[in-house]
Design a protein around this ligand. Structure first.
Ligand SMILES: NC(=O)c1ccc[n+]([C@@H]2O[C@H](COP(=O)([O-])OP(=O)(O)OC[C@H]3O[C@@H](n4cnc5c(N)ncnc54)[C@H](O)[C@@H]3O)[C@@H](O)[C@H]2O)c1
Length: 394
């Protein structure tokens, strides 16, 4: 159901629940937007809300109910990953729209609960996946979807980050209860979401996860082989053990190689397109490779990437929030709905299920009743998880 937000209105009233680290990125984007009023913030630790109120020129409230009394059109939920469901349900119950931080939930069961609540509410939930919203990904998505970059064949998706032991000191980090899952859910999810955004639906996954160095309950590295519905195949590696950090997606297609290399956010310059040799030399020589070539030679269908430049919007929270605000004020559907994040959560779930069972997982298997539908650890004991992350199936 839609309707909580003021389609055609002049300004958007917004709030924030969760005034910790990443809430700042939301607050900064909101206060920088000329058509947004940040009407209030809430944190269960009152000093944190007070600090935000002073820094961003707004009011600290003691509860979500008091914040909703200010009639916000949209409220960011930036609470810890294991604590997304309760505030989101309360806001939906009060018919308020929500911008929910990643990962949207800790498992598919909770995601489906929120999707059902979204349907029953006048508010909608939108998921934060900021890397879909930079101009590089928008350009890549449009061209891939139109078939202008050829048919995808081989993909590589890497999140090679570094987090020392001290990163896991906050009590909610490093355990299933606080985070719902390990770095595959909490960190790799950004690139995994972008990979699926570019390549479309997947059908099966075979994965392996290990705990090699960190004092945590789940994996610190995971590796997966994925088959897409299109027949394309790919690999996904997520690591928190990689000192030279890199986030990378590479797609080899029948027409060339599309690649983005960055760490925590890309600009247009981080994307490249390398046409297949025939198309590349045809374009260089100014010959018509059987496609349309403009007489000035500046743009042609043999090099669709150059013919379709990006708008140089980096992939940060402002990129998504600016689009979301514009969409809501214009009464348009915003693309990153909660339902749109389900394929990503399914793939993450399959990755855990496969690595903890040693068996391939098909997307069609991930229905209510599947052991990993309600918990990414599949309800295994801590000892069983430890054994499986060490490579033992006994
Ligand atoms: N999109 C990104 O790039 C990105 C980056 C980092 C973190 N995140 C995500 O942002 C979320 C928050 O992470 P963080 O590092 O900012 O955590 P944090 O611990 O710094 O902040 C969370 C805040 O929420 C408050 N809180 C928890 N439950 C609450 C409730 N029911 N009502 C009011 N306040 C409540 C806590 O007191 C805390 O201040 C996580 O889901 C994380 O995965 C996203």
């Amino acid at each position: 159901m839609t309707g909580a937000t003021p389609a055609g209105g002049d300004r958007l009233r917004v709030g924030i629940v969760g005034c910790g680290g990443i809430g700042n990125s939301h607050a900064r984007a909101y206060v920088a937007h000329p058509r947004v009023d940040l009407v209030g913030v809430v944190d269960e630790i009152p000093e944190r809300a007070e600090r935000y109120a002073g820094e961003y020129g707004t009011t600290a409230y003691g509860s979500i109910a008091e914040l909703v009394d200010q009639q916000p059109d949209l409220v960011t939920v930036a609470t810890q990953p294991g604590r997304h469901v309760e505030p989101t349900l309360e806001l939906l119950g009060r018919h308020c729209s929500v911008l929910l931080e990643k990962p949207p939930t800790a498992n598919l069961a909770d995601l489906d609960t929120l999707i059902a609540a979204d349907s029953a509410s006048a508010g909608n939930v939108y998921g934060v996946f900021q890397h879909r919203h930079g101009s590089g990904a928008r350009r890549a998505h449009e061209l891939m979807t139109a078939g202008a970059l050829g048919r995808p064949l081989v993909a590589v998706c890497e999140t090679l980050w570094y987090r020392p032991d001290s990163y896991f000191l906050p009590d909610w980090r490093g355990n299933w209860a606080g985070e719902g899952g390990g770095p595959t859910l909490g960190h790799g999810i950004h690139q995994i979401d972008l990979l699926l955004h570019l390549l479309g639906p997947w059908t099966s996954v075979q994965a392996q996860s290990s705990r090699l160095a960190r004092p945590i309950e789940f994996e610190d590295v995971s590796l997966a082989m994925i088959t897409f519905t299109s027949g394309a195949v790919g690999t996904i590696v997520t690591s928190l053990l990689s000192p030279r950090e890199l986030s990378r997606i590479r797609v080899d297609t029948t027409a060339g190689t599309l690649e983005v290399n960055h760490v925590y956010g890309y600009s247009d310059a981080d994307w490249s397109w390398t046409p297949t040799p025939d198309a590349a030399s045809a374009a260089t020589n100014g010959r018509d490779p059987g496609e349309t070539v403009r007489s000035d030679g500046a743009a042609n269908r043999a090099d669709p990437w150059r013919a379709h430049p990006g708008a140089d919007v980096p992939s940060n929270h402002a990129a998504q929030i600016n689009r979301l605000v514009d969409d809501l004020l214009a009464g348009r559907e915003h693309e990153t709905t909660l339902a749109a994040s389900r394929p990503t959560m399914e793939l993450v779930t399959a990755l855990y299920a496969s690595s903890l069972t040693g068996e391939p997982v098909h997307r069609r298997d991930l229905v209510p009743g599947h052991p990993h539908y309600t918990r990414l650890d599949g309800g295994l004991t801590a000892d069983a998880v430890t054994a499986r992350l060490a490579g033992s199936r006994v």
